[in-house]
Ligand binder design. Structure first.
Ligand code: PRP
Ligand code: ZN
Ligand code: MG
Length: 225
């Protein structure tokens, strides 16, 4: 549990969501000194600490109560939730809000030289991914027998490196697939960033602070529409 009396928010340290997360905190009026390359940044005007970590670690930190809030992609949240459910460890969070950034799709892709392929082609194939739980569930639903190759990064080079036949990875602009000579196929999950809260949070001061920030968040979201 986070025993600190300061509200602890986990955000991605470096990656697609970092800049938008920092901008959002700023729009909510949270003043931070993020210049130094520190794990924790203390707000100078509110009892808030921002933890900058790998996106994959954010759901677990919030589920375990190490952090009170987290900003994370639904893709990572769904993957960690499925993994924890399988392991029988706590996997619930309160989803406070969907956010208006970080849109991406988790999609299948394969080498361009193979041309158009349908789902049945994946039968017996090896698919590299950072999202083995989501992919395995999808394959099961579709009745496809394929194996997954878990890679935490550089998934897009797996076919060329002979590690897999295809990949299942996040696509935002599509530039990564194109640069690696891959064709995008079926989308298996669509994702946005979202704000999550530890479901056992009871500290009255922290809850009051969250209640103060939520209308501001709604205001920021409405202003964007
Ligand atoms: C994803 C994915 C690709 C990239 C695709 O990584 O793994 O590398 O984004 O984006 P594009 O279609 O705009 O080229 P991401 O930065 O989300 O996560 P990671 O750093 O945790 O792999
Ligand atoms: Zn990641
Ligand atoms: Mg990546």
């Amino acid at each position: 549990m986070n025993n600190s009396n300061r509200l602890r928010i986990a955000i991605q340290k470096g990656g697609r969501l970092s800049k938008d997360c920092q901008d959002l905190l700023k729009q909510l009026g949270v003043k931070l000194n993020l210049r130094e390359q520190r794990l924790i940044a203390h707000s100078t005007n509110m009892p808030i600490d921002v933890l900058r970590v790998r996106d994959d670690d954010i759901p677990g930190l919030v589920m375990d109560g190490v952090c009170d809030l987290g900003i994370v992609g639904e893709n990572v949240l769904v993957e960690v939730q499925a993994e924890r459910e399988r392991q029988g460890v706590p996997s619930e969070v309160n989803k406070l809000s969907k956010l208006d950034f970080g849109y991406c799709r988790l999609a299948l892709a394969w080498p361009q030289e193979l041309g158009a392929r349908d789902k049945s082609w994946f039968e017996g194939k090896r698919i590299a991914t950072t999202y083995p739980e989501i992919l395995t569930q999808w394959l099961k639903r579709e009745g496809i027998n394929a194996s997954t190759v878990m890679l935490t990064g550089s998934v897009e080079v797996a076919p060329r490196a002979g590690l897999s036949d295809a990949i299942c990875d996040l696509v935002s602009t599509g530039a990564t697939l194109e640069a690696n000579g891959l064709i995008q196929g079926e989308t298996i999950l669509e994702s946005n960033a979202c704000l999550i809260q530890n479901k056992d949070l009871q500290d009255a001061d922290k809850l009051a602070l969250i209640n103060k920030l939520m209308p501001r968040l709604r205001g920021v979201r409405q202003a964007k529409e």
